[in-house]
Design a protein around this ligand. Structure first.
Ligand code: FAD
Ligand code: 2HG
Ligand code: ZN
Length: 506
């Protein structure tokens, strides 16, 4: 295919309303309780009593204490409808002082707590397993300050990622992370999961972008590490304890984050590729040709695209290919960036790395292309019961697990999709089966984790360990590391009231 064709290729516009980023698929029936489904034994926390509820009502006001069963349902079920708890109380504190008073009371009264942000987590960490009190950060959504010169934003943990990004855009800045759940997830949840997302290859992970954190320990003590400095080597870097610890060491209440300048020139190329080897060659070429302007390099296989097209009614602008690559560039000089991208695309053509493609510069035409990629996690939920594996593998082995799983499962699987963040070595293997079946799951787990571990990969690249993966954490962490994690947990939360049954193996 000639380059001219690529440049002039017309994409038919997809009505964007067809793609609802964070909507939840309709529930035909409620998921089984996690305690039964996964055979978990309740730890010896106290049961919530009326006197406890009265304490919370006096502290927060009645409207910030939910006890009505129908109101509690969405806080008890996770996004993929896999896990279900039976909490009887949801608390919606307004400020750090509220969180501190709640935790002190819960610690003194031996009551377990499940911190919750936007409840978009994919490993069951955000919902209770038994009757843990849900502490939602929904009510803590104020932007505290924005320094337009340094680009440092300070805000409360319950701010929705997309709202923060919209606010920053008015000041020519942007959030350093972006993910399909941005319309619902909270920045506190992002930090607690160390969320990766679509542009990690450009802006790095949150251990780098987050400058400071304010968090509350299990006993109610407020740990103020809310610095806004880019350099501060005074002692241990405590903020890192809260980044990625999934609510097991403390509750994040405020955040300061370094925000990059908004790029004035954005281009997106969507390319069809014959095989995975060529995807890797394309990535290598993109790194050398596009250099500093490359902001995303995502891939999806044919099955992944089929889901968004079939279930979300999106259109594929380039026709059917075995693999698809989405490359985004973000820079400050339109002609420079487009010259670089054009030169790169010419090279991909002459070396036959790309079979067909489209290259867009208009936001209205870029959006539907991103929708094809961002919609996959949601679209596959329409296929049945979905098992999500989020692994890091060396790039040469990145896609190898997908054909293996297809071979292993045969007709047990409705669909198996492989897609993800090539630039980060992180593949998402989504396996849809007709309905929950321990027999089928036994064919996948622990095999997939052993496979990953043998290749020195990670069994959780970006979604965390949560409730679903503590039994598999040892495939990526040594006993000595797990021992130190347990010591830290004991030090910071001796009674274990914060997000029990999560992250650490029992
Ligand atoms: P929740 O789901 O509410 O909670 C997640 C965990 O953090 C839980 O363990 C919870 O207890 C804890 N927690 C929440 N808030 C706090 C707090 N203030 N203090 C302490 N602990 C807290 N993830 C990625 O990494 N990359 C992606 O590209 C990505 N894309 C996604 C796309 C879709 C469509 C969906 C549904 C999810 C995606 N995710 C992705 C997963 C999820 O969105 C992220 O993990 C996100 O960071 C969770 O934020 P949340 O506010 O929803 O947290
Ligand atoms: C993504 O990259 C998210 O789209 C979600 O991390 C992946 O649902 C998944 O498996
Ligand atoms: Zn991802």
């Amino acid at each position: 295919m000639a380059l001219q064709a690529i440049k002039t290729f017309e994409i038919r516009l997809i009505p964007f309303k067809n793609f609802i980023k964070h909507s939840i698929r309709p529930l035909s029936s409620l998921p089984e309780f996690s305690k039964n489904k996964y055979n978990v034994k309740r730890k010896s926390f106290n049961l919530i009593e009326d006197a406890h509820v009265s304490f919370f009502q006096n502290l927060l006001g009645k409207e910030r204490v939910l006890t009505d069963e129908s109101e509690l349902l969405s806080y008890n079920i996770d996004w993929i409808k896999n896990c279900r708890g039976e909490s009887r109380v949801v608390l919606k504190p307004k400020c750090t002082e509220h969180v501190s008073a709640i935790l002190k009371f819960c610690n003194d009264n031996n009551l377990a707590v499940c911190p919750q942000g936007g409840n978009t987590g994919l490993v069951g960490g955000s919902v209770p397993v038994f009757d843990e009190i849900v502490l939602s950060t929904e009510g803590m959504n104020n932007i505290i300050s924005l320094d337009e010169i340094s680009g440092v934003l300070v805000c409360e943990a319950g701010c929705i990622l997309e709202n923060l990004d919209n606010h920053l855009r008015e000041h020519n800045l942007m959030m350093p992370l972006d993910l399909g759940a941005k319309g619902s997830c909270h920045i506190g949840g992002n930090i607690s999961t160390n969320a990766g997302g679509l542009r990690l290859l450009r802006y790095g992970n949150l251990h780098g972008s987050v400058l400071g954190v304010e968090a509350v320990k299990a006993d109610g003590e407020v740990i103020d590490c809310l610095g806004t400095l880019k350099k501060d080597n005074t002692g241990y870097h405590l903020k890192h304890l809260f980044i990625g610890s999934e609510g097991t060491l403390g509750i994040v209440t405020k955040v300061s984050i370094n925000c990059p300048t908004l790029s004035s020139s954005i281009n997106v190329a969507f390319l069809g590729v014959e095989n995975f080897d060529n995807v890797l060659k394309l990535y290598q070429l993109a790194k050398s040709s596009l250099g500093e302007i490359m902001s995303a390099f995502e891939m999806a296989d044919a099955a992944s695209l089929e889901t968004t097209i079939e279930h979300l009614k999106l259109q594929n602008p380039i026709g059917d290919y075995p693999f698809y690559v989405l490359i985004e560039t973000s820079g400050s000089n339109e002609s420079h960036d487009s010259e670089k991208l054009t030169e790169f695309l010419e090279k991909t053509m002459s070396s036959n790395l790309v079979l067909n493609g489209t290259y867009q510069t208009e936001p209205s035409r870029i959006k539907p292309i991103w929708a094809l990629r961002e919609g996959i996690p949601q679209a596959i939920l329409y296929d049945g019961y979905v098992l999500k594996y989020d692994i890091s593998l060396p790039l040469k082995d990145y896609y190898s697990i997908v054909p293996i799983m297809r071979e292993k499962l045969g007709s047990d699987a409705v669909r198996i999709c492989g897609y993800g963040h090539i630039g980060d070595g992180n593949i998402h293997v989504n396996i849809a089966i007709k309905e929950f079946s321990q027999e089928i799951i036994k064919k996948i787990e622990p095999y997939i984790y052993e496979y990953t571990s043998n290749l020195k990969g990670s069994v959780s690249a970006e979604h965390g360990i949560g409730f679903r993966k503590p039994n598999y954490i040892h495939y990526s962490k040594s006993n000595a590391c797990l021992g130190l994690m347990k010591s830290l947990k004991n030090l910071m939360d001796p009674k274990g009231i914060l997000n029990p049954y999560k992250v650490l193996p029992s």
